[in-house]
Design a protein around this ligand. Structure first.
Ligand SMILES: CC(C)(COP(=O)(O)OP(=O)(O)OC[C@H]1O[C@@H](n2cnc3c(N)ncnc32)[C@H](O)[C@@H]1OP(=O)(O)O)[C@@H](O)C(=O)NCCC(=O)NCCS
Length: 142
């Protein structure tokens, strides 16, 4: 399988959001299209996509940094193409994106309902880092 990995185009929004839904990564409290628009081509963020030779988007990784650490979100591979090394390639591309910007550590959050995926990240050299993550909506919602 020959893949081309690079930044998503504006026109990729539909395909990317479709893939995120197909991979079970969307939740009621986040609009995936808004997430795509916010991160794509940002000052310190990007949505990377892997394309098949025909141009079809088959994998994504949203990547960004906060001036300190690098973060990965929406790591997704077309369910029909999983377990063929595509996930490792797109995560590698996200790491390269961060390294090119001087970021020395990549982090990500795994939902409690998705811990099976921990084994995938461990294969790629990630380690479980015991932390308490605290969060607050600061847009006025309850
Ligand atoms: C997680 C995901 C991105 C992995 O993509 P993939 O293309 O199947 O992964 P790869 O084929 O590159 O796998 C890389 C290595 O991890 C292993 N691996 C992949 N998924 C695994 C799993 N669920 N459990 C255990 N090992 C796994 C592979 O066997 C491979 O190991 P190897 O190098 O020894 O052969 C993909 O399954 C996916 O899109 N899942 C749904 C979305 C999701 O949960 N994303 C993560 C959000 S935190």
């Amino acid at each position: 399988m020959t893949l081309t990995i690079g930044p998503a185009a504006e026109a990729d929004e539909r395909a990317v959001v479709y893939l995120w839904r197909a991979c079970g990564l969307t939740v009621p409290y986040n609009d995936p299209a808004t997430d795509f628009r916010f991160a794509r081509g940002g000052a310190s963020s990007e949505v990377l996509v892997a394309r098949l030779e025909c141009g079809r988007v088959c994998a994504t990784a949203m990547v960004g940094h906060d001036g300190h650490r690098g973060w990965l979100y929406y790591v997704a591979v077309d369910p029909m193409l999983q377990r063929q090394g595509v996930g490792a390639e797109i995560v590698g591309a996200a790491e390269a994106w961060l390294k090119a910007r001087g970021v020395v550590k990549a982090q990500l959050l795994v939902r409690e309902t998705n811990t099976a995926v921990v084994a995938f990240y461990e294969k790629l050299g990630f380690e479980v880092a015991p932390r308490v993550v605290m969060a607050k909506w600061i847009d006025g919602r309850d």
